[in-house]
Design a protein around this ligand. Structure first.
Ligand SMILES: Cc1cc2nc3c(=O)[nH]c(=O)nc-3n(C[C@H](O)[C@H](O)[C@H](O)COP(=O)(O)O)c2cc1C
Length: 180
């Protein structure tokens, strides 16, 4: 277990925290395919997210077909990320399973984050793509998905071509409104 030191405490980082802190948005991938069993493990992590009333409103389209990936890459500003990914996961909200829009959207976010953490833990890399939502109708047409399913995100994933990305966050204190 890795030791993380700050000025006052030494905390032993547990695996979930390691995945949380090590996860970065990876946007470049090698050409190596991703094993089907690993894709399944990632999806399974997604469906074990919490959801209001346990309604499990998420649905997925798993895309590894090269010509479909190429078509999808033309629906977004991030063509290079999508075109370079060996696997895409279209994450959908099923209108027929909804009960409360805010809570259902929150559940989808939890599902996506679970998958990103699983991707990290499997030694793969991935990125949550939202810009593509601008052309969600085109995405649905390319994937042959009915309008009852609302595209929430596309995850691009694969074996990362590099792992030296940096990110940053504002100090925790900036987010605390008050401690009572
Ligand atoms: C709702 C949402 C939409 C995003 N859309 C995109 C996107 O379209 N393209 C992209 O390259 N990254 C996208 N990202 C990734 C963010 O840019 C990234 O998470 C942020 O810069 C923090 O970097 P990190 O994930 O490496 O910590 C999105 C993230 C979220 C949560």
């Amino acid at each position: 277990m890795r030791k993380v030191t700050n000025a006052k405490v030494q905390v032993a980082m547990k695996p979930v925290q390691q995945a949380i802190y090590n996860r970065r948005s990876r946007r470049e991938f090698t050409a190596d395919p991703v094993d089907k069993s690993i894709i399944e493990a990632i999806l399974k992590a997604g469906i074990w997210a919490p959801s209001g009333l346990n309604n499990q409103p998420w649905r997925f389209v798993v895309i590894t077909d090269a010509s479909t990936i190429k078509q999808l890459s033309e629906t977004t500003h991030y063509t290079h990320i999508v075109a370079g990914a060996p696997v895409l996961i279209g994450v959908y909200l099923d209108a027929d399973s909804m009960y409360d829009a805010v809570k259902d959207y929150q559940a989808i976010g939890a599902c996506i984050q679970n998958m990103l953490l699983a991707i990290e833990e499997c030694g793969l890399g991935g990125v949550w793509l939202g810009q593509i939502l601008k052309n969600r109708d085109d995405v649905n047409r390319i994937l042959g998905v009915e309008s009852r399913y609302e595209l929430m995100a596309v995850l691009a994933l694969g074996h990362p071509a590099k792992t030296d990305q940096q990110s940053n966050r504002k100090p925790l204190a900036d987010f605390i409104l008050k401690t009572i």
